[in-house]
Design a protein around this ligand. Structure first.
Ligand code: PCD
Ligand code: CU1
Length: 805
């Protein structure tokens, strides 16, 4: 940009390409109520489905009596496992290599589990009929604690009885799912045993839920005449859903069309497959009519994919002057009744092995035990790619705990252990190769921006004042330096149900120099229609305003693995850049032909090809597009179209430095966020305004998780947080003013150097908010206390430390 002439700058600005804070093109539709969501889909003669769900967390289903329901006028059908069994559809495969009941097959394993599916003429009749179905249950002992589940005689998964081998290796107990290990245990233990200092801590990253504003839903429409099934739904991965539906239903894949229309937020909740999808498809086949199923808020919170629920124990060793020498981590992962985690096949605990964080740790070991309990299945990322938020929370807490043990400043401890710029690409002890980073620059910028030393001085004074009885408010400074890992993934190690996690972009340039591009991803609010057009604009020299972006229809879009794990930019974004380069290569030939020079004698110049050394002789991309349809080079195919399937060579590693300043009222437990500074480095920035929006959103979800959001159960397995009365969803009232900042460290292997950003603020935000709360109490002897830090728990912490005496 800097070495451009004024004319080039102007032409470049007209393209609205990379780096432009272009306004979101989708917002005209959304802000005027013209979105098209699943519930807006209304097909002729459409029926409506609703579930009978189990009130018990663990029970045998003795009988289901449908008679009264079927007698209700307007009820068309009631499906149970018995009806699905002949089709082989009473169980479905999960993304984690387990299988899950579509409808209760003899027993239920969590509260809210689907027992029967009612199909009726309208949603209200369906709901009334649900009440008329009599289910006889026989209660069984409930296990909600994974540690107890591993000791209990109670067999949760009777269908797996006697199976000592699971999808991810040996199972050592009937409620054990897998053990997954990374790193060198013997070497790590040796370092820990001989270390000058070792800090240990156990922490629980509580169960929570993505809770998008729009709940999950689907409309299935089986056309019996031509054998075509159309399935509309809130799918974050429409192509994968098409393949799964084909595999489990036996309908040939070309006869299935999956459409993700507008999606009202996904956040990981809409990656997996749910009973509602299968039941609406079966119901449509059985009734010959379209069937809609849309869950309500309680069903969404209580039964669809939860996130986290990781019990983590760590040991970190260091020299007396603070150089970290080793890290040991053990996780007990509560997966609920079925293992339905959405992770690449080879990673049953996702990318938890990024838990060495931003630090140069020579040796490390991680083991994760997956366990069945009587809770809802799921295990999705919720704004973090595959357990990265758990990993970052773990290491950022361990650093704080170590700082306390060493009696060192936590910022300085981080600084002396960061991976240095000259160490990239950096091979981490747990296997990943970090593509790029410049942590010291980011950290120093952050410390300076917030006047870190000044803050610590103020905090020390506050402690004095508190002890002197002059104030009842403590001050906490939360620090986090996170490293994300996004862009799954190289096909060599990342697949879902055998489908490699590449992604795709196809473009067709029309004669007049405008275009349509389709991708294998699907926006849920991220703004892909805006940003993918920007990547293409810069690559092919046509204005972003002349490029339509389309996603989500498997009949038209090229195959791709969808949008989650911040993979759209690293993978599909790369495909977009590559497809642009294919277009440019052909355009170059056409331009040279039209200008009557050799191919090598023309060069690309923003929006045109010019003859080298003679910039007045050129053909614009618009000229070339038109020519490609009528005067193409003899022997060359007409038209200007291309498709690219991109298999990334590595993942991308965005990072950031966050600081949170908080005042905590010791007597009420209420935290007040005075300041939140977030520096993000996502490599090349496509749209700074969209990035800022992503960061505000992710930080707000981080605040939610750290300060109150939780899916909680009582001992009987009753979900206590099934509505927004109990499940904390922050509003403008709780949200502070965020200060955003950035550095730019491009990814060396991504065609435009971009890394993902959507998840970063959440991954970095959760430990930062939590560290702020905990730091406020450091001077009074606190080392660690578990999230969520709601007012009651904060008050309790103060009380336990004797601050109310
Ligand atoms: N460098 C850069 C990067 C990025 N970007 C931008 O930003 C966004 C984002 O991106 P990414 O990061 O790549 O991502 P994606 O793939 O697209 O997406 C995903 C994410 O995204 C986020 N964000 C959001 N937003 C909204 N609005 N909504 C939603 O739902 C959501 N979700 C969340 C989540 S959760 Mo997961 O699923 O858990 O895994 S994952 C996730 C987009 O638009 C793009 O383009 C830019 O501009 N630049
Ligand atoms: Cu995750």
């Amino acid at each position: 940009m800097n070495d451009m002439t004024p004319d080039q700058k102007e032409r470049s600005a007209n393209l609205k390409g990379l780096g432009c804070s272009r306004k979101r093109v989708e917002d005209a539709r959304f802000t005027q109520g013209k979105g098209n969501y699943v519930d807006d889909i209304k097909l002729p003669n459409m029926l409506h489905g609703d579930f009978v769900r189990s009130p018990y967390a663990h029970a045998r289903v003795v009988s289901v009596n449908k008679e009264a329901a079927l007698a209700l006028p307007g009820v068309v059908a009631v499906l149970t496992a018995e009806d699905l069994a002949p089709l082989g559809l009473h169980w479905m495969p999960t993304l984690a290599g387990d299988k899950q009941m579509v409808l209760a097959d003899g027993k239920v394993l969590f509260q809210g589990q689907e027992v029967a599916f009612v199909v009726a003429n309208d949603r209200y009749i369906a709901a009334d009929a649900v009440e008329l179905i009599e289910v006889e249950y026989e209660e069984l002992p409930v296990l909600t604690n994974p540690f107890e589940a591993l000791k209990s005689d109670v067999v949760l998964r009777e269908d797996l009885a006697g199976q000592t081998e699971g999808a991810h290796g040996p199972r050592r107990h009937h409620n054990h799912i897998f053990t997954w290990e990374a790193g060198d245990e013997a070497a790590t233990n040796q370092v820990l045993d001989n270390a000058e200092v070792v800090a240990s801590e156990s922490m629980y990253y509580h169960r929570t839920h993505p809770c998008p504003l729009e709940t999950c839903g689907a409309v299935a429409s089986m056309d019996a005449v031509n054998g075509k099934l159309t399935l509309y739904g809130t799918f974050q991965a429409p192509h994968a859903i098409r393949t799964v539906v084909s595999l489990i239903s036996g309908i040939e894949e070309h006869n299935i069309r999956v459409v993700s229309p507008d999606i009202g937020g996904g956040f990981g909740n809409k990656v997996g497959a749910y009973s509602g999808y299968v039941c609406s498809v079966v119901a449509s086949i059985v009734t010959g009519k379209p069937v809609k199923w849309v869950e309500d808020r309680m069903e969404n919170l209580m039964t669809t994919a939860f996130a986290r629920d990781y019990h983590m124990t760590g040991k970190i060793s260091a020299t007396r002057d603070g150089k970290i020498t080793g890290l040991h981590c053990h996780v007990t992962a509560d997966h609920g009744g079925f293992d339905a985690c959405a992770d690449p096949t080879k990673f049953p605990a996702g990318f938890m092995n990024i838990c060495t964080g931003s630090y140069d740790i020579p040796v490390a070991y991680l083991a994760v035990d997956g366990v069945y309990t009587n809770k809802a299945p799921g295990g999705v990322s919720y704004r973090c790619s595959f357990r990265v938020t758990e990993a970052v929370y773990f290491i950022e807490r361990m650093i704080e705990v170590l700082a306390i043990k060493l009696n060192m400043d936590a910022a300085e401890l981080r600084r002396i252990n960061f991976i240095r710029k000259d160490q990239f690409p950096y091979k981490a002890a747990l296997g990943w190769e970090y593509d790029s980073g410049d942590y010291h620059t980011a950290w120093d910028k952050a410390m300076k921006a917030v006047d870190y030393d000044g803050l610590r001085a103020e905090q020390a004074q506050r402690v004095e004042d508190f002890k002197a009885g002059k104030t009842r408010k403590l001050m906490g400074i939360g620090l986090t330096h996170f490293t994300e890992i996004v862009g799954a993934g190289p096909v060599k190690n990342c697949d879902i149900l055998g489908m490699g996690m590449f992604d795709s972009c196809e473009i067709r340039i029309h004669p007049t120099g405008s275009a349509i591009a389709r991708l294998g991803t699907i926006s849920q609010g991220q703004g892909h229609a805006t940003t993918f057009a920007q990547i293409l604009a810069s690559e092919i020299g046509l204005s972003a305003d002349s490029i339509t972006i389309e996603e989500g229809d498997t009949d038209t879009a090229p195959y791709g693995l969808g949008t989650y794990g911040s993979r759209s930019t690293p993978v599909a974004g790369a495909a977009a850049a590559m497809v642009g380069r294919k277009i440019r290569a052909k355009a170059q030939m056409i331009a040279a032909y039209l200008l009557e020079v050799h191919d090598d004698d023309v060069e690309f110049d923003v929006d045109r090809f010019v003859v080298k050394g003679a910039p007045e002789r050129f053909k614009t991309m618009k000229d070339i597009a038109f020519a490609s349809y009528n005067q193409a080079i003899p022997g060359l195919e007409p038209g200007l179209e291309a498709v690219s399937y991109y298999d990334p060579p590595n993942m991308t590693y965005p990072f950031g430095a966050y600081v949170c300043v908080m005042d905590i009222d010791v007597d009420t437990g209420v935290p007040e966020i005075r300041r939140f500074y977030a520096l993000d480095d996502c490599g090349t920035r496509i749209n700074p305004m969209i990035i800022e929006g992503q960061i505000h959103g992710g930080l707000t979800e981080a605040l939610a998780v750290a300060l109150g959001q939780e899916i909680a159960y009582d001992d009987l397995g009753n979900c206590k947080t099934g509505s927004l009365m109990d499940f904390f969803l922050p509003t403008a009232w709780e949200v502070p003013n965020y200060e955003t900042d950035h550095t730019v460290t491009p990814s060396p292997h991504h065609p435009i150097g971009a890394k993902g950003v959507g998840e970063s603020p959440h991954v970095g935000g959760v430990p930062c908010f939590s560290n702020a709360v905990q730091d406020a109490f450091r001077a009074f002897g606190l080392t660690h206390t578990n999230m969520p830090h709601d007012h009651w728990r904060i008050w309790q912490t103060a009380n336990d430390l004797g601050l109310h005496d």
